[in-house]
Design a binder for this molecule. Sequence first.
Ligand code: CA
Length: 627
Amino acid sequence: MQRNRFSGQSLSTAIFLFLTISLIPFFSLAKPAGELKVEPPFWWAGMKYNQLQLLVHGENISGLKAVINYPGVTIQDQVTVENPNYLFVNLLLDTEVQPGFFEIAFTLKGKTKISYRYEIKQRVAGSANRAGFTPADVVYLLMPDRFSNGDPSNDSMPGMLEKPDRTKPLGRHGGDIAGIRQHLDYLKDMGITTIWPNPLLENNNLRESYHGYAITDFYMVDPRFGTNEDYKLMVDEAHGKGLKVIMDMVFNHCGINHWFINDLPMKNWIHQFPEYTRSNFRSECITDPYGSEADRNRMLQGWFDKHMPDLDQRNPFLKEYLIQNSIWWIEYAGLDGIRLDTQPYPYREMITEWNQRVNLEYPDFNIVGEAWLQKESMTAYYQKDAIVGDGYNSGMYSVTDFPLYNAMTRAFTENEGWSEGMARLYYVLSQDFLYANPDHVLTFLDNHDLTRYYNSIGNDLPALKMALTFLLTTRGIPQIYYGTELLMDGNSGVNHGEIRKDFPGGWPGDSLNAFTSKGRNDKQNEVFNYMQKLLKWRKGNTAVTEGTLRHFIPENGIYTYFRKDGDQTVMVVINRNDQQKTVIMNRFAECTQGFSSGFDVIYGRSVSLGQEMSFPARSATVYELKK
Ligand code: CA
């Protein structure tokens, strides 16, 4: 998430101050009498971690005593906090506990005043053994509000503050889960393996609610996107087609209209200040050996935006709430992965504990953290088993590779030089010794916060094809942003609507349907077909998805590298020159020895490996080497 994303929108400081001041000593904003909220709304039998924290919210609930009579469920303790409208009930679940319903009675002097019907569900068989995502996957990032409006009847929903308006770049456009479900075949046919939609949980905010990063209910899909059941259905259908789903989660902050922000459990649920205080957005100060406490506190505790209260993950109740929430979604929806927003911003100790708890239930489950950092060393710090820094271990399988992104925005268009052009790729990759596991980083040409890659390279189609080839054949887990296949462009500096345009054909009545080749123009089909060819080929090529990487320093506008796994070797040559170039192959002998020919993956033909070989102008060549 980008720090200036909301510069055009905010609640007034006056509202902020009112909220802050009014919440500290008093809790007057009680829910209507008789309404009880319990989160998580249900749980499962047979989880490894045998404790469960129930957050119970109801008017003056703290004066009541919780009672449960159900075999295998014991109330360990119940904790009252500053706000009498909250009760935290800690349960102990026997390993033998059976799925079923039971009443939680909230009593006063032995008499039940109010009760809640709770359910312990049966886990889906094999739930703990889910595989997660790997470098064999290619992730397709899509913004649900802008991808496809499969159900116009949910565009405007009762109780939701923002109504649809497709004329506004930052308004809600009506895209939804139904739209994603209707285009799973399109995604599968293109050859991607994994879908990452931006957050789909409720964002009941007045403005700019479409992007999803100001969550107002951690347990409910935004009704304008669909229902929780729809979300689960989308995951099930994706699985049926061999696609994985990554859920986008936000632990650093929530939306100011979240129900618990309107009636805070306790003062330190969020970070509060006498006046509105923004984060300094300087993630570097966390790893800086000379970093000051003042800078670090400002970074971690300052708010992302006026309408995004900053959660305090040091609060043990909040920490448990977030950890359980993520496990609830994995189990409920059948997720294959999580993408965590703004990884450096929540307290890092919580991130570690969270990963441990998730992997306790799902040993092979994966999480990728958005680590928006300029340097390789800092990025490496946030990955699992980091070998740089102060010994901190986040437990995160993957982190976003912004250093390589930065290099790729210039590598294929600027003039080649000692440290310019493709040398930028070389300098980034040559520092991979800093990573505990460089093969697991998430690589991308752009995303929902960045200027569209096609725009950043001056709408240069050959450069895009070189970049896509590099992205799909170098190390890492490639992520492609929706619309790349349509040559969508747009500058994030204008406004974020520019980089989050509607997918043509996603809305009833659209004049063009770019989900079909007929609805795409020649250039769009050229890039779509190019991507599709590489994506489908990549799936079955373990040299690229699991193999080693060996590269040769770019020279004379040519960058050559090899991926190797057992008998399988792939050779990639990127020629940035405006003319065809002849290359003396002897330089690559350590990788080509024993091979006599190459199968050109893009053009589908075989060529003999000679002493000299020619490579066409401004293009990438991918050979599967043959003996
Ligand atoms: Ca809709």
